[in-house]
Design a protein around this ligand. Structure first.
Ligand SMILES: Nc1nc2c(ncn2[C@@H]2O[C@H](COP(=O)(O)OP(=O)(O)OP(=O)(O)O)[C@@H](O)[C@H]2O)c(=O)[nH]1
Ligand SMILES: [Mg+2]
Length: 682
């Protein structure tokens, strides 16, 4: 029998901006709950959650770390996520594993970029949310002002459930036992506001409340959960991981008020893809078939591949036979683990609500669904939305012969990281991530963990080519050399398609003028041109090719002849179809001191960009949004650093593709013509 039933399990992700105090808070909670003897510190590199050597070097969490502890009769699984924008993919990936997102706000810095983003992402995933104002012990913090700002930014549903007292040395409860004085505002008023808000979700209770004028907090459990599920209430509490204020109270809030797996919003499982996908309801029932979701993959140099998952239905034991997604063959769990930072702790059974892990299972991958019956094939979680990796580097081995090891290392890093990509184009290996720090991390990890070193330089900009008009193309391929000849003739039409629709090939040949067996050869020729880029060497997109006529020869028609004719006919059409080059335009989000606003906006305009809006974050800090061509941002990190004296940071995401101005198109075509002639000469 498992020790904890699903009702006695809580799952909480600590999310929020980098440096907000999440890892320190996790440490304080573990210590207070008796799971560790002494709290470690981020500075000394002794925390349970930041165990990766690079986390100790950077003094920031870079991965989602999983821990668990027991408080009263309840087991709490906690996920400490990274808050730096470059590593935010790991935090987003962890959201489907929990019922509650605890958004940590640094009392010193106030609301920051990732605070906003996480409030939105958590809501999109239907999580219950709470806010923890951290570092309340720090000097010169304006907690009353911050609470107002939180309500202004995220709504009047953000209500304090406790308030700081004695200058941030402790907190007073405003819900269960509202007595005593706080550093600001009235505890009784806070209590009243909470009760008023909660009863609003239950009409019968509301009537009773209006009649009686008071209602016991104990009677409010079910409506409290409902209010959390519906985002009608976002409790705000205060804490310090440093001096321990509010930590015991936070444990009580987790176990008494945050939802169990039955009380939270159900996970969004779907069966099948696209428009025909059907929602699947996971029952929080240990006796049913297993449904678990892999939200983290870690490749440990000693243990090998570890897949961390959240159980949503059924029970996983060491004897379970599980399928990974649509795999035909099941694997035997062998060892079922609970996770405590870098430690895997063997356990008998994992039930709905539990977060566990298995190791050494090759098929496991990020976002996989684990299940124990083929009836559950094709079930997956509603897709997670990650920022698109737009910071890229072209890498080359420092030592010859390292190619294979580099490729293996990259493969492992990709497996761990949903926002890291590797691509090979134009003879370059290009790695992409969310920012310069993300890129540095990958290079450091390759050197430190996998012992391979690479040189890195900016890659070519991923331009695209397309056409803007319809046109006709024709080519007759004829070769007569000695014996058998080659013959093939193709007539085709090209038409521009809507941006983003890709490529369509249509066969409208009538009367077998091109025999059916040679149509794939024509398509092959066309595709070669698409990939090679007829205008400036970049992939051609959004075009429909209609092959409608041709000629063949009973003896001399061969595949190669039609490949060549298709290729040349297509090139002929492209030159007449007013081809253009498209460039990636990115949405940029810059955080910088207010007084740099003018310089930054001017800089963006000089880069062919546009500023679309600004938000005030903490006092004196602005978030500036806009759009800029990616090609103009090659040195932007350094540029922003010099404009803001190191205070600024930014993140970019692919927005769309736009035509490049004619002068740039001319330059790109000239550069391509030059390399093409050089290649010919070689
Ligand atoms: N004064 C004070 N400092 C704190 C407190 N909690 C954390 N800090 C300090 O703030 C810094 C950041 O703390 P972390 O716990 O690493 O913050 P984090 O939210 O985990 O940051 P990321 O991992 O980058 O997302 C460290 O120097 C901590 O010592 C607190 O309650 N009070
Ligand atoms: Mg951290």
């Amino acid at each position: 029998m498992p020790k904890f039933s699903p009702e006695a399990i809580r799952t909480v992700a600590l999310v929020g901006h980098g440096g907000a105090g999440k890892t320190t808070l996790a440490e304080a909670l573990l210590h207070r709950a008796g799971a560790i003897a002494t709290p470690g510190s981020v500075e000394r590199g002794t925390t349970v959650c930041d165990f990766d050597p690079l986390e100790k070097t950077y003094q920031h969490s870079l991965n989602a770390a999983i821990v668990h502890f027991q408080h009263r009769d309840t087991r709490v699984h906690l996920i400490d996520t990274p808050g730096l924008p470059d590593f935010i993919g790991r935090a987003i990936g962890a959201l489907p594993a929990v019922e509650t997102a605890a958004v940590i706000i640094n009392a010193q810095n106030g609301i920051e970029l990732i605070t906003h983003r996480m409030m939105q992402w958590a809501q999109k995933r239907n999580l219950c949310r709470m806010i923890v104002v951290s570092k309340i012990d720090a000097e010169n913090v304006d907690l009353a002002g911050l609470l107002e700002k939180i309500q202004a930014a995220f709504g009047k549903e953000c209500l304090p459930i406790n308030l700081p007292a004695d200058g941030g040395k402790r907190v007073v409860d405003c819900f269960f036992n509202p007595a005593g004085d706080s550093d600001f505002s009235s505890v009784a008023d806070a209590h009243q506001a909470l009760v008023d808000q909660v009863v609003e979700v239950d009409e019968a209770l509301m009537e009773k409340y209006l009649e009686q004028g008071e209602i016991e907090p104990e009677q409010l459990h079910a409506p409290f959960e409902k209010a959390l599920r519906e985002s009608h209430l976002i409790p705000v509490c205060f804490a310090s991981g440093r001096n321990g204020a509010g930590i015991a109270e936070l444990l009580e809030i987790f176990v008494k008020l945050m939802p169990s797996p039955t009380e939270g919003n159900p996970p969004q499982f779907l069966k099948g893809d696209g428009a025909t996908a059907q929602p699947v309801h996971a029952e929080v029932d240990p006796a049913r078939h297993v449904l678990a979701h892999v939200f983290k993959v870690m490749i440990d140099p000693f243990v090998g591949k570890v897949g961390a998952f959240r159980v949503h239905q059924g029970t996983i034991t060491r004897d379970s036979q599980l399928f990974v997604g649509e795999e035909r063959k099941a694997f035997k769990v062998g060892h079922a683990y609970l996770v405590q930072g870098k430690e895997l702790v063997e356990t008998d059974a994992l039930v709905p609500g539990d977060i566990g892990a298995v190791s050494k299972i090759d098929e496991i991958h990020f976002d996989a669904v684990l299940h124990d019956s083929h009836d559950e094939d094709h079930i997956h979680l509603a897709p997670l939305e990650f920022p698109t990796p737009m910071h890229s580097l072209a890498i080359e081995p420092k030592r010859r012969g390292d190619e294979q090891r580099i490729s293996e290392a990259l493969h492992k890093i990709v497996a761990e990281d949903p926002t890291f990509r590797v691509a090979h184009h134009a003879a370059e290996t290009v790695i992409s991530g969310l920012g310069d720090l993300h890129m540095r991390y990958v290079l450091d990890k390759m050197a430190g963990q996998y012992h391979v070193e690479v040189t890195a330089k900016p890659p070519r900009i991923p331009y695209l080519e397309t056409i803007t008009a319809k046109a006709e193309g024709h080519h007759r391929h004829k070769k007569q050399t000695g014996g058998a000849g080659q013959f093939g003739e193709v007539y085709l039409r090209v038409e521009p398609l809507k941006r983003g629709s890709g490529f369509e090939f249509v066969d409208q040949v009538k009367g077998g003028t091109i025999p059916t067996q040679f149509i794939p050869a024509v398509e092959k020729g066309v595709r070669q041109v698409l990939e090679a880029g007829p205008v400036a060497g970049y992939p051609l997109k959004d075009v429909r090719v209609i092959v409608y006529d041709g000629k063949h020869h009973p003896v001399d028609s061969k595949e190669v002849a039609f490949v060549s004719a298709g290729k040349r006919a297509f090139m002929d059409a492209i030159t007449k179809a007013r081809p253009i080059i498209l460039e990636p335009i990115v949405s940029i989000d810059i955080t910088a001191p207010e007084n740099n606003m003018g310089d930054i906006a001017g800089d963006i305009s000089s880069k062919r960009g546009q500023v679309s809006g600004t938000d005030t974050l903490a006092a004196g800090t602005l978030s500036i949004r806009g759009q800029v061509p990616l090609s103009e941002l090659s040195n932007y990190q350094a540029r922003l650093k010099s404009v803001t004296a190191g205070q600024g940071s930014y993140s970019i995401e692919l927005s769309h593709y736009d035509p490049v101005p004619p002068n740039i198109q001319k330059d790109l075509m000239a550069a391509h013509a030059k390399t093409a002639t050089q290649d010919d000469e070689q």
